[in-house]
Design a protein around this ligand. Sequence first.
Ligand SMILES: *Cc1c(COP(=O)(O)O)cnc(C)c1O
Length: 439
Amino acid sequence: MADEQRRTAIGFEEGRTTRASWFNDLTRSRFAGPVTEHNRLLARSVSPETLAVHAGTYEDPLTGSVGTPIFQTSTFLLDDASYAAFSDGAMRDVPIYTRYGNPSQWAVQEKIAALEGGTSALVTSSGMSAIASTVYALTNAGSHIISAYDVYGGTYNLLHEDMPSAGREVTFVDPTDLDAIRAAMRPETQILLFETLTNPLLKAPPIREIAELAREHKALLVVDNTFLTPLNMQPLKLGADVVVHSATKYLSGHSDLTAGAVVGKRKFLDRIWAQALRFGGTLEPLACFLLERGLKTLALRVRQQNENAREIAKYLASHRRIAQVHHPELGGDQYAGLERDSYAGFGGMVSFEVRGGDDAALAFMRHLKVPYVATSLGGVESLVSMPANTSHSSLTARQCALIGIRPGLVRYSAGIENVHDLVRDLEDALDALDDGGLR
Ligand SMILES: *Cc1c(COP(=O)(O)O)cnc(C)c1O
């Protein structure tokens, strides 16, 4: 079959024809890569459902394989292009060694870049690898970083434990308090690092306004979009400079791998790639394949998860056994400043306080039959856990109170199951609290 025939006409752009023409290519700013001439390149204006299925796919010229082959190799034959890449410092664009780059990585990177509306992406061995590489690459000793005091635990530890000894000072603020963020800005502030929806209370920082503030101060805004995914928010379009993900969660979507991703302009990604090389957080070719496969259904999964979480939130909000529900759709003081038009949806997470404190919440979780009691989130199966005895167990009662975590708080990651089954299961578990007390 001719290569021409494999390319569908609508919305698809022609790829490069030779590796050597890469740096002169006029489309480079739009498809900054790395990609090969065999990757399917789609305009960023194509809808997310289509991008999720097709963007980046490596179309194997030899076999016509439908779907990206797994390039399970650590190294590649050296040729003129490889030597030229070494001498030009272009090792990110030529297959040389898998820690530098591999076509399995490039295919899934292009898909993630397309979904986030960015020009270049990097996949890494975990979300923390993506975040650590990004923070180190975009700051230097003597600089200052602003983040949230309730940012993801691993990120908090990196910023709080490692940054001071690396010569970076960090100020932690309430991510929804724009005045506090403004007050924390210093001439030496290099990055602001915030999440699009926080864990576990689903606070929604005003990303667009924070981006403006960062731009005014010539600082970069790094946004962790793990909880929302590009289906619900595209932070780059709101002015963020770099987006990071724990691809372990929604992007892969099946609780079967650990991965991270970074997306943004090529000039930032080149720096972050170089840092990731030194940290060594490479994503294995097989994991790239699994991530790419999982991503094909991202739009379907996330829509269902948005809907399931919304229905669960609405149900729980009116239950007398529940003291409070956290979900942006329900409104309330917490969401007074919500930039509604920045969101296509609010994701699959919902958290709520069971009356009776942690013991009641534990008993309630034991009565649930559908979700697994496990940490993590974003998979097709619902997961439920308590921050107090998992992710936030190291915090004192005072720290929990400062963030707003009260006794009895449960975090629910809605999967793609039938929502009536999920709600009936919640109802049964809450009823069981009445019958059996706090068993
Ligand atoms: C899970 C998570 C991380 C860390 O990702 P890993 O893949 O576990 O390293 C970072 N940020 C957020 C918001 C997360 O939920």
